[in-house]
Design a protein around this ligand. Structure first.
Ligand SMILES: [Fe+2]
Length: 283
């Protein structure tokens, strides 16, 4: 087992334009929520920045030839804006056919409190939101973390995520997989597994349910997005990795993507800025 994949998050077509319209007060309000928005020098429209950045990410993937691309959510800023979706899919279509892309649902794709309708629309556009796949002895699971964040409109969906994870991970272990990795949009936590609730993490009660299942099946790593900046934390042997945005960055980490190496001796990874992408990856 020795391969690498590319993890991306938050290309979020339309976010540069949306944030360029914020007033000083609205920028300040976001900083209070740890959303480190910068006041734009002028109002912009469209999504030229997102197109440029996502194109660089797709071109790098074609050059590096990863086993697959995992896109950890917030594909567009406004799921009702067909232009944003069209541009996302236009650029995605440039990814070579032999490199699969696995979509992970983000809160901008299904809503901060998903509904039956928002989930149905997402599944129509992107396929299932809870699923798993294997590559070269390693098992990968994907869950809809916006449901985990707030399942009040779709309580059955939360129950089915819990059941899916339990069943899927035990089957993977029974089949002798060498490692298990989980993809989400929301981080489970940012510093400690028992930290308090907040906008950027899955609330503590449901976080514990998920973490207990992950530990029971020896999941090594969780890769997420949502914060638009990098972050690294651990809970025992589990590493919780948050990856900066393909699109609009919040904080000091530039727009970029992460290369993750999976080998018999563990899972290692490195974040690359879009203006410093590698030509090749040595395992
Ligand atoms: Fe986002």
């Amino acid at each position: 087992m020795a391969f690498f994949f590319v993890q991306m998050a938050d290309p979020q077509f339309g976010m540069f334009a949306f944030f360029s319209t914020l007033t000083d007060e609205e920028v300040e309000e976001r900083w209070r929520r740890r959303l480190f928005v910068r006041k734009a020098p002028e109002i912009i429209t469209g999504f030229a920045d997102e197109s440029r950045l996502y194109t660089l990410a797709i071109e790098a993937s074609n050059r590096l030839k990863p086993a697959f691309v995992a896109m950890c959510g917030d594909m567009v800023n406004d799921p009702k804006d067909q232009n944003q979706l069209d541009e996302l899919f236009r650029i995605t279509a440039m990814l070579q056919d032999d490199i699969p892309i696995h979509w992970v649902s983000g809160n901008h794709d299904v809503g901060d409190a998903p509904t039956t309708e928002s989930l149905a629309l997402y599944r129509e556009r992107f396929g299932p939101d809870n699923f798993s796949f294997d590559h070269d002895g390693c098992h990968f699971a994907v869950i809809n973390s916006s449901v985990c964040y707030n399942p009040e409109n779709v309580p059955d969906e939360w129950e089915s995520i819990v059941q899916f994870l339990k069943d899927d991970l035990s089957t993977a272990r029974a089949n002798g997989c060498e490692d298990i990795i989980l993809f989400t949009h929301h981080p489970l936590f940012l510093e400690r597994a028992d930290e308090g609730d907040g906008y950027f993490v899955i609330p503590r009660d449901r976080r514990k349910v998920i973490l207990d299942i992950l530990h029971e099946h020896d999941v090594s790593s969780v890769f997420a997005g949502h914060w638009h900046r990098n972050n690294y934390a651990e809970d025992g042997k589990l590493q919780m990795v948050v990856t900066g945005a393909v699109g609009y960055p919040l904080g000091d980490d530039p727009s970029g993507l992460r290369v993750v190496k999976v080998r018999g001796d563990g899972v290692t990874h490195k974040y690359y800025a879009m203006d410093d992408l590698p030509d090749s990856i040595a395992l």
